[in-house]
Design a protein around this ligand. Structure first.
Ligand SMILES: *Cc1c(COP(=O)(O)O)cnc(C)c1O
Length: 389
């Protein structure tokens, strides 16, 4: 018998679509996939070279520290200083993670007792809510609505919920909506967190994936942020390193310490050679990220312009590699996703896979080459013609 907590896991919404994808592939259909948000480009060479070099050093073959090498934590602190003008003590305010997803899930086990409430954005990255549930907590949904720029309305959280809440998850630039947040919103978050003694967990996975001179800020840049929360960072998206599993949490010292303490009882950190390789990425992040975002910019423009020619009225997102768009009239998220798979051999992600407020939308990921994007758009246009809403 499985543990009861396994029953708390939400039904897997992509199961049906994945079955259809399998069927199409078996039939030999050529599929264009805007589905998974996983960079298609290789990890930059200098990072790979450093891994190869450090993999040969026997000093790296033993158990690493579960909180990360001090050198790695120093490099993260140096990056924060350079990029955000945020000062961090590498010993007490930085902990390495085996991918930021690991830390996002585990932070719940540090602060959530059965019956506690976390504030979780919807639509959103599923790990916030799932981590909450696995720790025995309850999710209070913060709807991310288009009319609010996909920012949560913190003033709408009932007093008794705010009083009880332990963690507040936020994520900008945002997956799946592509929305960005500025200083004003982060200041509201700090005020709210201070008033109700809530720990803020900002997921900054896309802080380096941004367009048109826009440079997303760190939550920790806002005065008071370091007293109320932490920021999760990831090497996955800026350096095409999703398979390497390396990230960090930074910010409020007691929260970083608590997460590190939990981890020291659960895991033994990430392979040191990978930490060294990640350090090379951080050191050269300026140029590497610039090159990468130039590629994503062309892809983003291609997709948004293409959809707008068909009748959508989308603004170009300023961050992330996602396009979030409403489904045409007569469809919901699931039926539109199935329609474009069956008619066009194109995979998109149904918005309701990210929560109830994602219903009526779909997500396109631009982590495929330009020729494939062109082919996907061509097929959509051929089958959909002009769309209405
Ligand atoms: C990709 C992604 C992450 C990064 O996860 P890693 O575990 O660091 O690879 C975190 N949050 C969001 C919203 C993401 O889309």
């Amino acid at each position: 018998m499985e543990a009861t907590r396994m029953k708390k896991l939400p039904p897997y919404l992509f199961a049906r679509i994945e079955k259809k994808i399998e069927e199409a592939k078996e039939k030999g259909v050529d599929i264009v996939s805007f589905g998974i948000g996983d960079p298609d480009l290789p990890t930059p060479d200098p990072i790979i070279a450093e891994l190869c070099k450090e993999a040969r050093n026997p000093a790296n073959h033993q158990y690493p520290s579960s909180v990360g090498m001090l050198d790695f934590r120093r490099e993260v602190a140096a990056y924060y200083q350079r990029r955000f003008n945020v000062e961090l003590d590498p010993r007490s305010e930085v902990v390495s993670l085996i991918g930021s997803k690991e830390g996002i899930a585990h932070i719940n086990f540090c602060y959530v007792d059965p019956g506690d409430i976390n504030l979780v954005p919807d639509p959103g990255y599923p790990v916030y809510g799932i981590g909450t549930l696995l720790a025995g907590g309850e999710v209070y949904v913060l709807p991310l609505l288009e009319k609010n720029g996909f920012l949560p309305d913190l003033a709408a959280v009932p007093e008794e919920v705010a009083q009880k809440a332990k963690l507040l998850f936020i994520n900008y630039p945002n997956n799946p909506t592509g929305a960005v947040a500025g200083k004003e919103f982060f200041e509201q978050v700090v005020d709210f967190a201070k008033r109700y003694n809530i720990i803020v967990c900002h997921d900054s996975a896309y802080t380096e994936i941004a367009y048109d001179e826009y440079r997303p800020m760190s939550f920790l840049e806002v005065p008071g942020a370091q007293e109320v929360g932490i920021e999760f960072g990831s090497l996955s998206k800026p350096f095409n390193m999703t398979g390497w599993r390396i990230g960090w949490a930074v910010g409020r010292a007691d929260v970083v310490e608590c997460l590190g303490r939990l981890k020291s009882n659960l895991d033994s950190g990430q392979f040191q050679a990978i930490q060294y390789a990640g350090m090379v990425g951080l050191r050269h992040s300026g140029q590497l990220v610039k090159d990468l975002c130039a590629i994503y910019t062309r892809r983003r423009d291609m997709v948004v312009d293409g959809l707008n020619r068909m009748g959508w009225n989308l603004k170009k997102p300023q961050g992330t590699f996602y396009i979030w768009a409403p489904v045409p009239k007569g469809f919901d998220s699931a039926s539109f996703t199935e329609y474009v798979l069956e008619k066009c051999g194109v995979i998109i992600t149904p918005g309701n896979g990210y929560g109830q407020y994602g219903e009526g939308y779909f997500r396109l990921s631009i982590t495929i080459p330009e020729e494939r994007i062109m082919e996907g758009l061509r097929r959509l246009e051929e089958n959909l013609g002009k769309v209405e809403f």
